[in-house]
Design a protein around this ligand. Structure first.
Ligand code: ZN
Length: 681
């Protein structure tokens, strides 16, 4: 495949792959290693002694803990193995939904009725079942409304009355009791659900659609109608897993969702003038489309080029919907999804094309119907939205894992950018760059966390960070640019991390200081993975491990330790220093040159280095000689295992050193650049 790397990146990778990580050592590493056998006795007047204690300093984040020490991960067992793979006793729950819903467009409300089938695959007896009641976030008195700034992206909007009305809850014709605590509801059961048993219940609900739904769902008025984006819109069974039992972290806004895989049969009744799209595959095109539109829809399924199913001229024209009166019911089927989202509008233009994925996905035959639904306000750039989505989905399928769903739908409306399986919501209308950026990001979430189902209420970095990382490569390919480390560029990282009150990446999203979610959940973890791929392991070694992580955990529920362990298991590396430095602490990096000296015979150079803050990274430096030649040299991170002061040495082969530069490619987030260069007097 045609991958592009910057020139510096390629040379760096070659060097790193050989020198830093081959623990057996390489010519470069041994040459630069002061313990190499051919090293002569030091003859200069004074070798710089360590200027710090030999024990690692630990001013914050990991007091008393050496940065190289093993991390205290949960004890491995037969559910989650020490290798980071799921074990023979791995289990997960499954929840299937059959839903009939109606969009009351004029009233701006949704009503629905669902039959929910809960499969208890756990070894445990369950006395109650928890439900997510996420619409309750939009009550004036919800914890989320009261704990976020009013009017903010995740906050409460004055004057809106939201929340669920639950009109019935039954099982086998008998009423069930539910205790409601804000966005969670507990159904107490007369008969517990035994291991291996299935529990079925019916629930009916309605709610007013929030015009600003925490940037996850919304209604937007546009010139030719209104765009409804619906998500987190039905009572869903909470995740019960082997780590936390029932995952009873409520919905406060910043924490997205962590839900069960299951199959969805959803029938959505909407006004006849509407186009309805969803993360599922349309089952009854003949009922809801005109003959002409149906023919275009079928053509799109066989076309690599974008086919317009409803054009700008047709919006509002009764000839563009089936003859008759009253609403229409659109039927969708979605398998193995962690939730179901949809959108509906009388103002939608609708484009589609096929994307053939060479390796089959999990629930499709290799063909993905890529779609874009948008009001005419977005037409300038959205007429290319299908092609943009095709690029993103195809690239990630080839690079990481086949796209798993039969549809990939992009919807333009008020929601700035939000992802659901098979369908994403993107606001961008102003430029190709912004639309590709958000499209690629939201579709990237189909890998993390839609397929690799992580706990978004606790670990935003496992979806936002991983996704921001893979976006670096799709974006570079789309725009034909060299990849950089995206939002985590070293200079920006240093400035973000220089602010007060730092928190580690491992912080729960609803406990992240305002304004810092973008850095801690997106930028810093993406920068960390970029460092790990380009600067520590090298692409070949990293990609093998990262793909293995996806393969092992696709359609399962990994925890952070499963990721860390898998990377070490497959890459063959002890990375405790990396995880602790980047993920578990707020450690900062400062590599410094103290002095450069030569011995009396002029056949040995001593470079005294110090690691002056908590983070450790491999060392790279460029040496310039008086004859104009240069050497690129490297030291493995292990030089910092017992000391903060290290002397590197090598034979200059008759040349005089005139300059030494640390991190010559400028890839490290080094907090003090003033000590990164030495120049001969
Ligand atoms: Zn995201």
């Amino acid at each position: 495949m045609a991958r592009r790397y910057g020139a510096w990146s390629r040379s760096l990778v070659a060097l790193v792959g050989g020198a830093l990580l081959g623990l057996a050592g390489s010519a470069v590493a041994q040459d630069a290693d002061q313990n190499a056998e051919e090293r002569p006795e030091p003859t200069r007047s004074s070798l710089a002694g360590p200027t710090f204690d030999t024990a690692f300093r630990a001013p914050n984040g990991f007091q008393g803990t050496h940065i190289f020490a093993p991390l205290a991960w949960p004890q491995a067992n037969r559910v989650r193995l020490g290798s980071g793979a799921p074990g023979v006793d791995y289990w997960q729950q499954k929840v299937d939904y059959s839903i009939d819903a109606t969009l009351h467009a004029a009233e701006r409300a949704v009503s629905g009725r669902a039959t929910v089938t809960y499969h208890n695959n756990s070894p445990d007896t369950l006395d109650y079942v928890w439900l997510h009641l996420e619409q309750n976030l939009f009550r004036e008195d919800s914890v989320g409304a009261l704990s976020k700034e009013p009017g903010s992206r995740f906050g409460y909007r004055e004057g809106f009355e939201g929340g669920y009305e639950i009109s019935s809850l039954t099982s086998d014709g008998r009423d069930l009791e539910m205790a409601v605590y804000d966005t969670l509801g507990r159904i107490d059961l007369d008969d517990p659900i035994e291991p291996g048993e299935t529990f079925t219940f019916e629930i009916a609900w309605s709610f007013n659609i929030p015009p600003f739904g925490a940037d996850r769902m919304a209604v937007e008025d546009v010139e030719q109608g209104a765009v409804f984006q619906l998500a987190q819109w039905f009572p869903a069974v909470v995740m019960y897993d082997d780590i936390d039992g029932w995952n009873t972290l409520g919905y406060l806004g910043q924490g997205e969702f962590y839900t069960n895989f299951g199959d969805y049969d959803v029938r959505i009744t909407a006004p006849r003038s509407h186009i309805v799209v969803s993360g599922g595959l349309l089952q009854n095109a003949s009922d809801v489309l005109t003959d002409e539109a149906k023919a275009r829809y079928e053509r799109a399924r066989r076309s690599g080029e974008t086919v317009t199913i409803r054009s700008a001229d047709e919006v509002g024209d009764p000839a563009s919907w089936p003859a008759g009166d009253g609403p229409l019911t659109w039927e969708f089927r979605a398998e193995n999804m962690r939730t179901f989202a949809w959108a509906s509008s009388d103002a939608f233009l609708w484009d589609a094309a096929n994307l053939e994925i060479s390796d089959r996905g999990t629930v499709h035959d290799g063909n993905v119907l890529v779609q874009a639904a948008y009001p005419k306000e977005g037409i300038e750039h959205w007429q290319n939205a299908v092609a943009m989505a095709q690029h993103s989905v195809e690239f990630n399928s080839r690079q990481w894992h086949p796209y798993p769903y039969p549809v990939a739908v992009n919807v333009n409306g008020r929601v700035g950018g939000m992802e659901y399986p098979g369908i994403v919501f993107c606001r961008a209308r102003r430029s190709e760059r912004s639309l590709y950026g958000v499209t690629d990001h939201e579709f990237g979430h189909n890998w993390f966390p839609m397929m690799v189902n992580t706990d978004e209420r606790r670990y935003a970095w496992m979806d936002e960070g991983f996704n921001t990382f893979i976006n670096i490569y799709t974006k570079a390919d789309y725009f034909g640019e060299s990849d950089d480390n995206g939002r985590g560029s070293p200079g920006r990282m240093v400035s973000r991390q220089s602010a007060d009150n730092q928190q580690p990446i491992m912080s729960y999203p609803d406990q992240i200081w305002r304004g810092r979610l973008g850095y801690l959940a997106y930028g810093k973890p993406a920068a960390a993975l970029w460092q790990l791929r380009e600067n520590v392991l090298g692409p070949e070694r990293f990609d093998r491990a990262f793909r293995e992580y996806i393969d092992r955990w696709a359609f399962k529920h990994p925890q952070p330790a499963d990721f860390f362990r898998t990377m070490e298991d497959v890459a063959g590396a002890d990375l405790a220093w990396f995880w602790r430095g980047w993920f578990y602490s707020t450690a900062e990096l400062d590599q410094a040159i103290v002095e450069v000296e030569e011995n009396e015979d002029g056949d040995w150079v001593y470079l005294d280095l110090e690691n002056r803050r908590e983070m450790v990274m491999p060392v790279e430096f460029e040496v310039e000689y008086d004859d104009g030649s240069t050497d690129f040299r490297a030291l493995p991170v292990e030089v910092w295992a017992t000391t903060n002061a290290w002397t590197a040495g090598w034979n200059p082969k008759g040349r005089r050193v005139v300059r030494v530069t640390l991190d010559p490619n400028g890839v490290l987030p080094d907090f003090d650049e003033s000590n990164d260069e030495w120049v001969a007097e």
